[in-house]
Design a protein around this ligand. Sequence first.
Ligand code: SF4
Length: 103
Amino acid sequence: MSTTARPPVPPVKVEEKLYQNRYMVDEGRPHVRIQPHDTASPTLRTLVDVCPAGCYSATDDGRVEIIPDGCMECGTCRILCEASGEIEWNYPRGGYGILFKFG
Ligand code: SF4
């Protein structure tokens, strides 16, 4: 068994890793939509905090809106709203959406 210590790996910020990804935005055809609402439910408000790409934001009048251009297609919002049906979620059309860069 080797006792050679490996050199420490320098920390990398999540933002720097995400910056490596590329996105092909399907202009005018968002793949995630929020159902019309006057006041955001607790579930919708939660999406503002849990979306890793920061696609959801709260408006001054108590609603939640989405700009899915940077969506990572993780499905978190889809799972959280599956029961309530507050969002409509589809994968982007072929050729659009996120292109992950690994490594
Ligand atoms: S799928 Fe993930 S990244 Fe995309 S909008 Fe939902 S929570 Fe955000």
